[in-house]
Every structure is written in C-alpha cells, then in structure tokens.
Design a binder for this molecule. Sequence first.
Ligand code: KIV
Ligand code: ZN
Length: 516
Amino acid sequence: MSNPDKLIIFDTTLRDGEQSPGASMTRDEKVRIAKALEKMRVDVIEAGFPIASPGDFEAVQAVARAIRESTVCGLARTLDKDIDRAAEALREASAFRIHTFIATSPIHMREKLRMRPEEVIERAVAAVKRARRYTDDVEFSPEDAGRSEPDFLCRILEAVIDAGAGTLNIPDTVGYAVPDQFGALIRDLIERIPNSDKAVFSVHCHNDLGLASANALAAVMNGARQVECTINGLGERAGNSALEEVVMAVRTRRDLFPCDTCLDTTQIMNCSRLVAGITGFPVQPNKAIVGANAFAHESGIHQDGVLKSRETYEIMRAQDVGWSANRMVLGKHSGRNAFRARLKELGIAFESEEELNAAFARFKELADKKHEIFDEDLQALVTETNLAAEYERVKLVSLRVCSETGETPQARVVLSVDGEERSGSAAGSGPVDATYRAIEAIVDSGAELQLYSVNNITSGTDAQGEVTVRLAKGGRMVNGQGADTDIVIASAKAYINGYNKIVQVSGKAHPQQGEV
Ligand code: KIV
Ligand code: ZN
C-alpha cells in the first residue's frame, strides 16, 4: 500500500498543538505556520477541528487555500455533521484528508461514550464511509488505543479498512505506553489484521511519561510508516512527540531505521522559532535539537574534542537543523536588500512590499538600539510585524515609567483604542506591575494574568527581552508576546498582544469532550 522506505510526517501543531492551554492561534498565525511546514516538506498538515468553532473552520479553510504541496487534514468525530463540516472547510485544498476518530478503550466506551463496543464499530464504519464520499484519503483513529484491548482494536481496524480508511492511526491518548510494549502492539496489529497491507499504520503519542518520541520511534521500528507529531513537542497536557526529535532520530540513525522522511531538516529551527514566537511557549535551553544549548559545549574537554574533530562529541551538524554557522547577520548600516536576502535565507517571505517595508522600519529602529542583529532578533521582529499587520484593537503609543530606590514605581501609558488615543496612570510594586495597572486603567479587561515570563532572545545586556504573558477570561486562555531591548516596553507589548487576542478568540469545542 505504501512505500516501506518512506516515513510520512503528519504535523498536528495546528490542531493537537493548539490544545495546549494558552496556545490558541489566530487564522493568520496558522497560515504562517502551515507555510513554514510546507516549506519543510511536511507530508500532512492537520490544520484544525472545523466543527469546533467558526474560527477553527475559517482557519482550516484558510490553510487549505494557502497550501499547495502538503496534504491538509481536518479532524472530525464520527458524527455526520463533523465530517460534512470538515469536508466543507477543506474543499479548496489541492489535496485533503479527513481524520475521524472514536474512543475504543473500555473506560472511554463505558464512561464517556456510554456505547457498546458493537455500536462503536458501527459508528466508525459509517463515519469512514461518509468521509469517503468526499475524499479517497481517510484516516481513522481509535482514541485511547494505548489502553484498548488488542482484540477489539483488530476488529474495528479491519472493519474501517474495509470501509475505505487508508491510514490507521494508533493514538496513545493518555501517554501510558512504554516503548517495547507500544512497538509490540503495532507489530501485533499489523500481523493479525488480515487486510493490514491495505493501510498505512500511524502513531500519535502523548508525552505524559516523557516517552512520546521514544514510543513513536519504537512503533516505526515495528512497522508504523506515519508519525503524528508537533513542532517543539507542543500539544495537549505534556504534549506530543516532537517532530524535530523523531525526524532527526530517524535521519541520524539510518543504520537502525528501515525508513526516512522527505523533510528538509534545515527548516527545523525556523519552524521551532516561529511556533515558539506565535504561541508564547518558549523552548527550554536543553531541549533536544532546538534548545539553545543543543549544540553548545561547556566542558573544556568537550570543546577541545569538538575543535579537533566535530564528530568526537556531535552526532548531528547544527547547520543540518537550521542553526546557522555564522549567527551575526546584520547591523545598523545594512540595507533593504541585505535584510530581504537574510530573511529569505531564513525561509521568511513577505506577502507584500508594505509588509517588508514595515519590517525593515522596525529593523532600523532596533539596529539603532542594538548594534548586532542576530537571526533570533529577525525572527522576533517578523513575528511582531505580522502581529501588527493583523487586526489590533489596542496599540501601544507611548510608555513612561519612573522607578527609583525607595520610591513606589509609577507608569503612564498612552494607548490607541480603536483609533482613539487614551491615557492611564498607575503605581505598582515594580515597573511592570505599574505598567499593567496603567493599561488596565484604560482597557478594564477583567482578565486574570496567569503567567508572566521573560527570556533574552540573544545574549548580552543589549539583547532583546521576549516577554510572554498568559491571560484568562471567562474560561478562555491566550498567550501574548512582545519583544524589545527594554523589558518594560516588551512587557507592555506582550500584555497588549494578549488583550487583543482575548477580545478576538471565541469559545470553541474540544474534540475529546462533549457530544459524541
Ligand atoms: O490524542 C488523541 O487521541 C488524539 C486523537 C484525536 C488522534 O489527539
Ligand atoms: Zn492527541
């Protein structure tokens, strides 16, 4: 059925990744991430769950319109209305897939679905048949397969293959599996299901025990030829298998794995930074492949070894995953062409000359404050330019903060709210607290600040600080980001970005809860 040498990469950053608390993305942000994934040559992009909300539907539709090289996928429960809505959202894609799922573990069937196993099989078969009316490319997932009975999995999977499912995805929904056992399950299913040769076996692992990538790789060793994963391992609770880990493990250990992906791995860092910037989920420094320390050697013995021969301590080349060898890129005297050329090398293209001009103007402002502009600065700057290009009700006009030993910090903020300038002042326990109180004095959002964090984008005291805030209101949660060489200004930008998102994001259904 499939090419046994090829490992299909199914990226679900825009769907399962977006289920990370606070990681909601706007339609335009999803399109930007999808384009970066397409440039990396991801095979399938799961763009969302179209029935969840009008916003999700529009985002899937926008991704379907924008992407030409990758297959675009939409998630649907085994309900007719879900499948019809997914098909409608995906209609304009050059190639699309409908991914339908229903739970198969005893606990889910009994407690959540309140359905008998026979009814679950009937529903799955009917859903696959309905999806096949719209496309030949149908994927079926038995949710919580990791805790389902293998005999029942064999029955339902055989039935959905007969109904027309070409991809069978085995999710370890709750992250319960361990590698040997999960690999054996995949092998067992492939061996026991009589028509298994008519489908591609896929896996979707969660990271509750920190084993998501290991489990996915064990499945690949045992016959799986699609892995569902996310950039930076984003996803529900502890996340999913990280795309960069799975792809680089298979590529680096070609001696062990019987297959490889078609990905352009030099795009990994670009995707990682983009997703971290948009979601506001920073990457931990010691994260494999994409963490700031992933290729840094601290110990003298290691440094000495690497200088003599890189392979003494490095199993991959930093350039192969997109860390550029020469990271000092531009400065105050760099012109528009150099700016455009460097962005192109980073895989960043602008839709219009106006967007390029806006980004270049921000670059010049930044270069006045900071002499050396690194790739990371450029990424943050482009994220900010794109945020500004989207509809923003509130914009920062100016900020003045007084902070002095022995005195209470004071802030005065001027905001443009729907085009009208308004100012507010407040005192606070620190300059950031005073600034946030001054912003609230104007917008009165009623949102709760749940998280505030600052990271330096590059090193040095002139580095830009990147601030992430998480705001919650009425059961909704969003992350806001802002970057500046002045961290109080970065903090104000992040808060305003979060505010603009929380007034936009509408409530949406969660695929694994509610109606079945
Ligand atoms: O974790 C899970 O089971 C899922 C399914 C919808 C594939 O995300
Ligand atoms: Zn999942």
